[in-house]
Design a protein around this ligand. Structure first.
Ligand code: HEM
Length: 192
């Protein structure tokens, strides 16, 4: 069990996601505790800026822009999308008045998770399962026995491949919903 996919890859992933949830709750608690709920209201703006900024990587990857080292940009993409989502989550807080921004938040959550699965887990997990398969083959196990031994890891891997397909379509859903929310707020504030 020590060498399992869960232990080596899924657990760190779960911790990073748990950190997002815990920091959101702590941030929300502190803002309420110190009567700074209004700060959370404006935190949607830097959060959105960070998420939009993280898209520079996507432009670079598809060669719409030429400058920047793709590897560092990928790190920047992951970090700023994560931090931006944290700010937006704190911004969303525990207020339930409108449906549209909550749908946007759910889409954002799926987006962050699928991104984390795709970028953090998929490649290493594939290598892990392949490595395990080879190890069992070297031990002289039959093909069926090998497949049986890596069964649960393969199931986990299969689910992860699906997640990756979700990343871009759900981003588009997220962007449309978030724009709807931002536009209506700006209209309400008289900024447009
Ligand atoms: C420029 C960026 C943004 C601005 C200026 C902004 C502004 C606001 C404001 C003023 C409210 C309070 C509305 C109320 O009290 O009824 C609000 C609520 C909320 N926003 Fe944003 N927001 C931004 C971005 C986002 C994004 C990107 C998301 C989600 C992906 C989001 C999700 C939410 C949620 C879930 C709420 C709570 C809605 C409720 O009370 O039911 N916001 N936003």
């Amino acid at each position: 069990m020590k060498n399992s996919l869960w232990h080596e890859h899924v657990l760190p992933f779960t911790l990073l996601l748990g950190l997002l949830a815990a920091t959101t709750l702590a941030g929300d608690y502190l803002l309420h505790r110190f009567n700074l709920v209004w700060v959370g209201r404006y935190m949607g703006i830097p959060g959105t800026v960070l998420i939009v900024g993280s898209l520079y990587y996507s432009l670079r990857k598809r060669k719409y822009v030429a400058s920047g080292d793709p590897k560092s940009l990928l790190k920047m993409h992951e970090f700023s999308a994560w931090l931006g989502s944290l700010m937006v989550l704190i911004h969303a807080g525990v207020h339930f008045n409108a449906i549209l921004p909550w749908l946007a938040t759910i889409a954002m959550g799926v987006n962050v998770i699928s991104g984390m699965v795709g970028k953090m887990l998929l490649k290493r997990s594939r290598q892990h399962v392949q490595g395990e398969r080879e190890k069992f083959q070297l031990r002289g196990l039959s093909k069926t026995e090998v497949e049986q031994s890596v069964f649960w890891d393969s199931v986990a891997l299969g689910a992860m491949t699906q997640w990756r397909k979700v990343h871009i379509p759900i981003f588009i859903v997220f962007a449309v919903l978030a724009l709807g929310h931002i536009f209506s707020i700006f209209l309400f504030w008289g900024w447009v």
